[in-house]
Design a binder for this molecule. Structure first.
Ligand code: HEM
Ligand code: NAG
Ligand code: NAG
Ligand code: NAG
Ligand code: NAG
Length: 520
């Protein structure tokens, strides 16, 4: 008798497990109505991990959406969404929280930052401290940003390009744009006395870029199996090699030292010249020291440093990959260089740079005038569309049952995500989506333009949209405006320019060498 009861319990347990793990997700869950990417997606995440591991996620999911419509199920609790009303708007403007993925991939010093924070309220507090200095009007009128442009662009980058053009030497522009963008951002963030000089200091450049970029190869493990990585480390097995970890820690230390220096500078009570003001650090520091009844925004110096790290690393790599592709496209399309130059010649004062001349901040063209140039804007938009540096999934967690992509009752806890690389290539929005065609941003009808702007997602959207968008436009447009006021470019040589497939992306070969030709 007792033995029979024992068997009955086991049988019941097995039936329940089969129901819960296979039958329910495959047939009864509201997600079962959504087309599967692969039959196994109903009950196993293996397919999506395989896509990520073999680096074909973005391109496969693009094809799946073309075939199967606005929603595709990628795993038992994972759905890709590709539409606006029942999709982007609801998820990203509705403030759906972020999942663990962001912490796994982008937390530093073991602590959260603006990019990784999951819940709404903590995020809102961090963002509040920084929103004002990152607003368009602040960036455009910032004297500290302009003196950073003078120092780095006019006194370092352009002379370097000028010399190379005289000597007929090609320049590798991917690292050069990384260096230019990091130096410019860091000088605005921490002030001139704490700035970096990756453009001229080869040693600092290699230390920072090699240290920062070497982990990119291991993101699969870091993003999805961080506990496995640390568990193995404890028994002496390094999935991410020790030297790679150590080099990255070097970069973390570099940033922490800058934070400490800026804190000391502000504590000294000295009157700071406008060039020296730590524009992004100062308002954040207030959130660490503000007591008087209010809870502190930052628990300690590491949580503040983590935010600063998310800013400067977020700044240079995305903008650098974008700039590299824009240099590539312009070099392949001389007719657009000509159009751009004609437009730039209309600027007053012009962005022409005279070698050896000391450039005063007041001599530089107003960034607002550069921002308004239609052709410069169109070539940049088209590059952000075709070569988005964040092409991959931006996952969020469903907070309460909702309808997405026409499918009802998507349960709370489901992870839902959209892809810029898919949205940006929908043929009914962007005709001939595979082609780099800046004219689509200039000649389209107002209706078509409005549609394109709705589907353009290079910076994400909603409450977690890119904080640095205006700084990105500012620094990228200054660079392209002044370079093409003085030079034309042709391609000398390059590595594989195809974009890598993943959450982030840039040229796989990591090398673009251009020849700069002086304009007389
Ligand atoms: C072309 C340049 C850039 C591109 C394409 C870009 C793209 C993006 C995207 C798509 C997101 C949302 C990611 C997600 O939710 O998964 C994001 C967030 C963010 N970006 Fe950018 N970005 C750029 C430049 C910058 C710059 C210059 C900064 C400077 C600080 C910056 C700082 C941030 C921060 C802090 C967030 C997180 C915002 C939040 O969660 O509230 N980005 N960016
Ligand atoms: C997060 O905040 C937004 C407003 O910014 C709100 O609409 C949304 O409901 C909030 N989400 C959660 C999960 O609390
Ligand atoms: C460019 O060349 C001049 C003259 O040879 C030299 O003085 C200057 O340091 C060089 N500048 C850079 C940035 O290489
Ligand atoms: C930029 O152009 C102006 C005028 O066309 C010229 O005088 C100047 O030498 C150029 N600057 C560089 C760095 O080539
Ligand atoms: C930039 O491009 C490189 C590949 O060349 C890639 O490894 C990296 O993740 C990209 N970064 C961003 C922020 O897109």
């Amino acid at each position: 008798m007792e033995l029979h009861l024992y068997y009955a319990i086991i049988l019941l347990g097995a039936v329940a497990a089969v129901f819960k793990l296979i039958l329910y997700p495959a047939f009864f869950s509201p997600l079962a109505k959504i087309p599967n990417a692969h039959w196994s997606c109903s009950f196993s995440p293996i397919w999506i991990f395989w896509m990520k591991w073999t680096k074909q996620e973005n391109s496969r999911i693009y094809k799946l959406h073309l075939e199967k419509g606005p929603a595709v199920r990628l795993g038992p609790d994972l759905v890709s969404v590709n539409c606006y009303e029942d999709g982007l708007k609801k998820i990203y403007h509705g403030g759906f929280p972020k999942p663990e993925f962001y912490f796994n991939g982008f937390a530093v010093y073991g602590t959260d930052n603006l990019f990784t924070i999951k819940d709404n309220q903590t995020h809102a507090a961090h963002k509040k401290a920084l929103a004002s200095c990152f607003s368009k009007s602040s960036v455009m009128s910032s004297q500290t940003a302009r003196s950073a442009s003078r120092d780095i662009l006019f006194n370092r980058v352009l002379p370097l390009i000028h010399n190379a053009s005289i000597e007929n030497k090609p320049i590798e522009v991917m690292d050069l744009t990384y260096a230019y963008l990091l130096d410019t951002f860091v000088q605005w963030q921490f002030g001139r006395s704490i700035a970096s000089n990756l453009v001229e200091d080869e040693k600092e450049r290699r230390f920072y870029l090699d240290g920062f970029l070497a982990v990119a190869e291991y993101t699969f493990w870091q993003y999805h199996f961080p506990r496995l990585v640390t568990m193995f480390q404890k028994i002496g097995i390094y999935i991410i090699p020790k030297r790679v970890l150590a080099a990255f820690e070097g970069v973390e230390k570099w940033n922490l030292e800058k934070c400490d220096q800026a804190q000391q500078l502000l504590a000294s009570g000295k009157d700071l010249a406008v060039d020296d003001q730590p524009v992004a650090f100062e308002p954040a520091l207030k959130g660490m020291s503000e007591v008087q009844g209010k809870p502190k925004m930052y628990a300690n110096r590491l949580s503040l440093a983590s935010d600063m790290f998310s800013l400067n690393s977020g700044a240079f790599e995305t903008s650098g990959n974008t700039s590299t592709y824009l240099l590539y496209e312009l070099s392949r399309h001389p007719e657009w260089q000509t159009k751009l130059r004609e437009e730039l010649l209309g600027l007053s004062p012009s962005l022409k740079h005279e070698p050896g001349k000391i450039v005063e901040v007041d001599d530089i063209t107003n960034p607002q005038d550069i921002d308004k140039l239609p052709i410069l804007h169109a070539v940049l938009m088209e590059t952000l569309r075709l070569w988005p540096s964040v092409p991959g999934a931006q996952p969020r967690v469903v907070p309460r049952p909702c309808t997405l992509g026409g499918y009802h009752n998507i349960p709370a806890g489901t992870t839902v995500q959209a892809y810029a690389s898919v949205l940006h290539r929908m043929p009914h929005v962007f005709l001939e989506p595979e082609k780099w065609k800046p004219e689509r941003w200039l000649d389209s009808t107002p209706e078509q333009l409005a549609l394109m702007r709705k589907w353009f997602w290079g910076f994400g959207s909603g409450g977690r949209m890119c904080l640095g968008i205006h700084f990105a436009y500012y620094s990228i447009k200054y660079f392209f405006g002044s370079v093409y006021s003085n030079f034309t470019t042709t391609i000398h040589d390059h590595g594989d320019m195809e974009a890598s497939d993943g959450y982030l992306a840039g040229p796989k070969g990591h090398r673009l060498e251009l020849q700069f030709h002086r304009l007389e």
